[in-house]
Design a protein around this ligand. Structure first.
Ligand code: MLT
Length: 272
């Protein structure tokens, strides 16, 4: 793992393999280790770049802790584009993002479409927060700034993982608990503010002219499969796949199923 300075932020990044780039962008309040199964599978055949977003994992927050902090999804996209530049990753990339990583993907597409070979959107949404959800995020951000990451574990853990994982794979529950524990209060609060502020991008979907794959865990309660089918229906030619025995964190909870779907897509659509 190395740390890259992109001018105004520092990002820790796992950069493995060579060739065309598969950028793996984690969800909230997680870090790059959620992609371990994909890094192991895909780095022998392409360059996997899996950063910790500012304030998560081993990356310091972009700004000092402050009430009502906000890092917008567009700002994360800009940081990622600068990170790719700093790593010399110049060719068209496959952007693969989960949940908040997907919210950032819409912005990355809008700003840097020419840098993209394909989009992979995992367990994510196109609509904005309702006022109630946004208010809940502001409350959670205030608690995290006051108390540290424990309220995040309480708020998120049961929603992130599916019933099969809780029943049969307790090691993943512990792994995700620890991942959430690495989130810095400043980083989590800024992300909560940014997610609450994100726009509804439904109108953009029909303009996406890239090979696009949507993947959703069958038991995802944050971005349910039916909602993702609706997104897929609006993106011309998009492919939608549901991963069995997985909740919101399909790449971690069923890495074999997830990898099979991604592998087939990369081969068929891009010849990777
Ligand atoms: C995520 O996994 O990134 C979050 O659950 C997204 C959200 O809270 O909307």
């Amino acid at each position: 793992m190395k740390t890259i300075s992109t001018g105004d932020v520092e990002m820790a990044v796992e950069d493995r393999g060579s060739g065309p780039v598969l950028l793996l962008v984690h969800g909230f309040p997680l870090d790059h280790t959620m992609w371990e199964g994909q890094i192991a599978e895909f780095s022998p055949r392409c360059r996997t770049i899996a950063p910790d977003l500012p304030g998560f994992g081993r990356s310091p927050p972009a700004r000092a802790p402050q009430p009502n902090a906000k890092l917008t999804m567009a700002e994360y996209a800009e940081h990622l584009e600068r990170l790719l530049g700093a790593l010399g990753a110049s060719g068209p990339i496959v952007y693969c993002g989960l949940s908040m990583g997907g919210y950032i993907a819409w912005q990355f597409w809008r700003k840097f479409a020419s840098r993209l070979a394909a989009l992979v959107l995992c367990d994510t949404r196109a609509i904005a927060d309702t006022p109630q959800v946004a208010a809940g995020r502001a409350e959670l951000a205030a608690r995290v700034l006051a108390e540290g990451p424990d309220p995040l574990v309480a708020a998120m853990l049961t929603k992130l993982l599916g019933p099969d994982t809780f029943a049969q794979r307790p090691q993943f529950v512990e792994q995700v608990r620890q991942m959430i524990g690495r989130a810095t209060p400043a980083g989590a609060a800024a992300a909560l503010g940014g997610m609450a502020d994100r726009p509804d991008v439904t109108e953009w979907l029909g303009q996406i002219k890239l090979p696009t794959l949507l993947i959703c865990g069958e038991h995802d309660v944050i971005s349910p499969a039916d909602e993702m089918r609706g997104i897929a229906g609006r993106i011309p030619g998009a492919q939608m796949e549901v991963i069995p025995a997985a909740g919101h964190m399909s790449p971690l909870e069923n890495a074999a199923g997830f990898n099979a779907v991604l592998s087939e897509f990369l081969k068929r659509r891009l010849g990777w």
